[in-house]
Design a protein. Structure first.
Length: 568
């Protein structure tokens, strides 16, 4: 019999853990249901503060005053992310098509190094036509790769040129040890939950035969139990487990939105995979890919960019959410309206449940540039980077070809000026920015008060460029449906969509000019906000990013018009 004290310990531990969605390296953060408004403004982020008193990005204002569509060719936006639902009703016709390639002939017709890449490429695709589902965290890879060189050695035994790698190895090793403890304990608590769930349901049937209890009813019973244990004496005398523990257990299931034993088992499976795959030094997902992870090369992977093929169970729907914000069809009467109307999405899959490989990031950027993308959206991130030089070189390659890079600041709630978060345009060693075509985006909410900056969003006066809406965003998802979600991952595509809109009207602007237009035209809010991270400290909103502003589509288009005229 489990005692109430043991159970309470397990619940406290679970509450202290990160959400499962975040643990799976999704760049979105699922808000607790009590934090979500009863009435969700599905398109609040497209509103204008002056007209609607909602601090959106003024998309509606632009389209209301500009009925004439641009005449330029479609702007290609590459999305480096998970697989995408290419059958979604709001994304049909919105995907890039490689017209130089003949479908399904197993020949590289356009000689770009990728066979049958009709709509993009899956850099995690296996030779058999499948794809990698789970991947190590980057600090796991770093420890495995550098352990033979640094294990058991002191700093004095390391050559001067290797000191920075030695220190990074120990930072990664410390992170790995901490996360192993966290997730192994979390897994133990879920193992207990799977065993306990049937007993808890059976115990509560005595009070709720139809099993129709609410969280409030359980809480009321639990408070009575704490006051007077005698209320439940007859149940204990019948040999049942402590009814107070069972009530507390079911309350916790409401907290974690686990409405059935199946959902508890699913969470157990997820955390088990994190322990035995993400954090496992002996698990190396690249073995199934067949590439050389130490070498930059073309052609590995496959052309399976969609998670909606027959027989496929979608593991992540992240790219579909991102794509909807940028490019959902504006002319139909269903779903949502993307920010840009003259755009094509190029899906490039590099994200599994884990951290992205620097090799895949670099090769996907080069693929996007070589195949005509003008904007590259990167709604992912990690705290370590083994081969950051590969990514820096890819950034510079994109800059040389006038391609804009949009990255999200991340959902750790920390200062990225002090805590490395990759990919980045800085090396975090005091050196200058490696390129001038990179925009880093944090997240705001719809509430113009102290909670304006999302509590999960990273920030930084030097390394976050501006903010955009990323909280309670209604967008496309798999399978052919819509969802409200939150995270900097949804703020980044707001900027990518705006850049696409600017270029569709003013194609002669350079990437650096588009970047500066977006930063200069943002909306400044003179308010104090809570600094993310839960410390309770307040600062001026302008202190949390380089521009001190929030994206504004209408003003960006007005400024782009002026800059474009001055170039003539």
């Amino acid at each position: 019999m489990k005692s109430l004290s043991i159970f309470i310990f397990l619940i406290i531990f679970i509450v202290s853990c990160t959400s499962i969605k975040k643990a799976n390296n999704s760049s979105t953060v699922s808000l607790d249901k009590t934090e979500i408004k009863k009435t969700v403004f599905h398109n609040w982020y497209q509103k204008d503060y002056g007209q609607d008193t909602i601090p959106g990005i003024s998309v509606d204002k632009f389209y209301t005053q500009n009925k004439k569509r641009s005449n330029s060719k479609p702007i290609i936006v590459a999305i480096l992310d998970t697989q995408i639902d290419n059958q979604h009703e709001d994304l049909k016709g919105q995907l890039w098509i490689n017209t130089k390639e003949i479908p399904n002939n197993n020949i590289d017709d356009d000689h770009n190094g990728y066979k049958d890449d009709i709509n993009g490429w899956n850099f995690l695709g296996t030779p058999s036509g499948g794809y990698i589902v789970w991947a190590n965290f980057e600090y796991t890879r770093l420890v495995r790769e550098w352990k033979p060189f640094f294990e058991g050695k002191t700093k004095t035994q390391i050559p001067v040129k290797e000191i920075s790698n030695f220190e990074e190895y120990h930072r990664a090793l410390q992170k790995l040890k901490e996360e192993e403890i966290t997730y192994k304990n979390w897994l133990k608590s879920l193992n207990y939950s799977v065993i306990t769930y049937p007993s808890a349901k059976d115990s509560l049937k005595h009070y709720f035969p139809r099993e129709d209890y609410t969280y409030q009813q359980l809480d009321s019973m639990y408070q009575k139990y704490k006051i007077n244990h005698k209320t439940f004496r007859e149940r204990r005398e019948d040999g049942d487990m402590d009814i107070g523990a069972m009530i507390g257990f079911m309350k916790a299931r409401f907290d974690f939105d686990e409405k059935s034993i199946e959902e508890v088992i699913e969470n157990e499976t997820q955390i088990d995979s994190i322990v035995n795959k993400n954090l496992n030094l002996n698990f190396n997902e690249r073995k199934s890919l067949g590439d050389n992870p130490s070498l930059l090369e073309r052609g590995y992977g496959n052309n399976n960019i969609s998670n909606s093929k027959a027989g496929h169970r979608p593991i992540q729907d992240h790219a579909t959410k991102v794509a909807g914000i940028i490019a959902a069809n504006r002319t139909n009467t269903i779903g949502i309206k993307g920010i840009a109307e003259n755009v094509k999405i190029m899906p490039l899959n590099i994200s599994a449940s884990g951290d992205e490989h620097d090799k895949d990031i670099a090769m996907a950027i080069r693929y996007a540039v070589d195949n005509g993308a003008q904007i590259i959206n990167m709604s992912f991130g990690k705290e370590f980077s083994i081969h950051k030089e590969w990514v820096f070189e890819a950034f510079q390659y994109a800059e040389a070809h006038n391609v804009l890079l949009v990255h999200v600041a991340g959902n750790n709630g920390f200062n990225v000026d002090e805590n490395p978060y990759y990919p980045s345009d800085v090396a975090f060693d005091g050196s200058r920015e490696v390129c001038g075509n990179f925009i880093n985006v944090g997240s705001i909410s719809s509430k113009l008060d102290s909670s304006f900056v999302s509590s999960f969003s990273n920030y930084g006066k030097q390394n976050v460029d501006l903010f955009a809406p990323g909280e309670e965003i209604y967008t496309t998802t798999y399978p052919n449906t819509y969802v409200t979600d939150s995270g900097t991952s949804l703020a980044g595509p707001m900027v990518s969509g705006t850049a696409a809109l600017i270029w569709s009207y003013y194609p002669k602007l350079s990437a650096s000019e588009v970047k500066q237009i977006i930063l200069d035209s943002g909306t400044a809010y003179d308010i104090e906000v809570l600094v993310p991270g839960g410390e309770g400290r307040k600062v001026k909103f302008s202190e949390l990013s380089k521009s001190g502003k929030v994206l504004n589509v209408y003003d960006a288009m007005e400024l782009a018009k002026k800059v474009s005229k001055n170039k003539r």
